[in-house]
Design a protein around this ligand. Sequence first.
Ligand SMILES: Cc1cc2nc3c(=O)[nH]c(=O)nc-3n(C[C@H](O)[C@H](O)[C@H](O)COP(=O)(O)OP(=O)(O)OC[C@H]3O[C@@H](n4cnc5c(N)ncnc54)[C@H](O)[C@@H]3O)c2cc1C
Length: 508
Amino acid sequence: MNQHAPFEAFFAAIETALGAGAVNRSAETLLRYGENTMPGGDRRPAGVVYPASTADVQTIVRAANKHAVPLYPISTGHNIGLGSRSASTADQVIVDLGRRMNRILEYDERLGFAVVEPGVSYQAMYDELVRRGDKLMLDVTSGPPQGGMLGNALDKGAGYTPYFDHFGFACGMEIVLGNGEVLRTGDGSLDSKELVNWHTSKYSFGPILDGLFTQSNYGIVTRMGLWLLPRPPMTRTFHFAFLEDDDLDEIIELCRPLKMSNFVPTLFRLANDLYLCGSEGESPEYRANAGKKSISDEGRRALREKIGVGAWTVSGAFYGPSAAATEPQIQRVRDHFGRSGKARYISHEDAEPIPPLQVAINAFSGIPSLGELGLLKWRPGGGNLWFLPGTPMDGKIANEFQHICRRIYEDHGLDYSVMNVCSPRFARGLHVITFNREDADESRRADACYRKMSEAVTSRGVFVGRAPLDYHDFHMAQAMPAFRDACIAIKRALDPNGVIAPGRYGIT
Ligand SMILES: Cc1cc2nc3c(=O)[nH]c(=O)nc-3n(C[C@H](O)[C@H](O)[C@H](O)COP(=O)(O)OP(=O)(O)OC[C@H]3O[C@@H](n4cnc5c(N)ncnc54)[C@H](O)[C@@H]3O)c2cc1C
């Protein structure tokens, strides 16, 4: 436990102002909040504080300024593979907003939005929508159902339905800045007690400040409006399995026109065999290879046959009043993919008993599910990193990137596992690095694999879209100097004493 004088004075001040229950410094708590899945090791915080209101957050930020104590805000703290609940460095104070600020503050069924505090999880919002008659649908991730809508949007997370862009479909925030002031964004910036359009109009007077609070450390967000989609009566998914790794080129070319015209309203989930099979148990070759080698091609083929997926499987969905009403659209997509002569069609009904395709069905239906978390058990020891570059929707380029990254995984004795999430012009490549964190050599290889892939794609002009905490400084060093300088200048303006999450996304 950190017992330096500033921390003692800070925690005493918080206990006096917010009550003893607002501070926890027990050894077990510090251990738990420091845990993560990255190779760089756990990061024990100095303590955890639990605000119950925006005013409490202001009290905490002002005390941090007075005592020069670094704070690290989390909402629900399920950022698995990207940092979990850990702070940028050990000995920051975790501000756990989710514990006591977990209310749905507003719900407007007619205008299709909700306003949430940081602790509202996907599962909690889903349960509430069902309780209210299932009229509106939220866009979920395929990650932990206990992850939160606000924290995910701030980390530029995404899902798969037409409302996939979680920051894009957020509207209006309240933020406690690093200097302790409260800022409202969008129409909320009007100096008035009555705010009619705060959570319905994204573009109001003046600069759009909301983006400053994504992947940064300029303030603590205490409230956010989020748009919700009217729940369609019927979701019908379709899936196509392809046999060869190099079919990726053609699949990307097939997906692009269907997305460019928005004929298919969802994003495409274009997953390789190990991304899908990897959630269904430990690698059958891990023990025999002592974790030192990638799974063999024969091993992959056997798994694909067992689970019922391809080297690549592409999934999407249509919405409509009934299954019959979506049939003509499904037929058109079947004809389109059928032209390749390589696609095996898997219908919605046939996909349901295939667990990783059921995850896709849930994601397109706005239902949180646990299935994909099985990926964390592909190798023992609980290590998990996400490497998140992207490719233009150009089959040739996407396939080149596949070759580059597959080779680097293999060179490091790890298993190439990726899902390309395809929009009209761009696909985010969700690369999972699963490794045995209890094996020092394997952890070192996972770290080296991440860095090597990043250098390889950077040399081809590709930046990542989100990054695990261990690599924030590494990626910031890849940015142009003017970008770095601008980030630092904004930090000085909004958080002059640098108390909010110093080091997060490489900004100090
Ligand atoms: C198998 C698996 C599948 C996944 N699938 C997806 C997916 O489909 N899409 C996706 O986006 N992610 C996915 N993830 C990643 C991750 O688990 C989710 O994004 C998760 O929702 C993020 O955690 P959270 O919502 O609890 O956010 P938090 O951990 O609470 O927040 C994330 C970060 O944002 C910052 N932050 C949080 N709250 C605040 C605040 N109030 N003010 C200022 N800064 C704040 C903090 O630095 C924090 O570390 C997946 C993970 C796994 C393991």
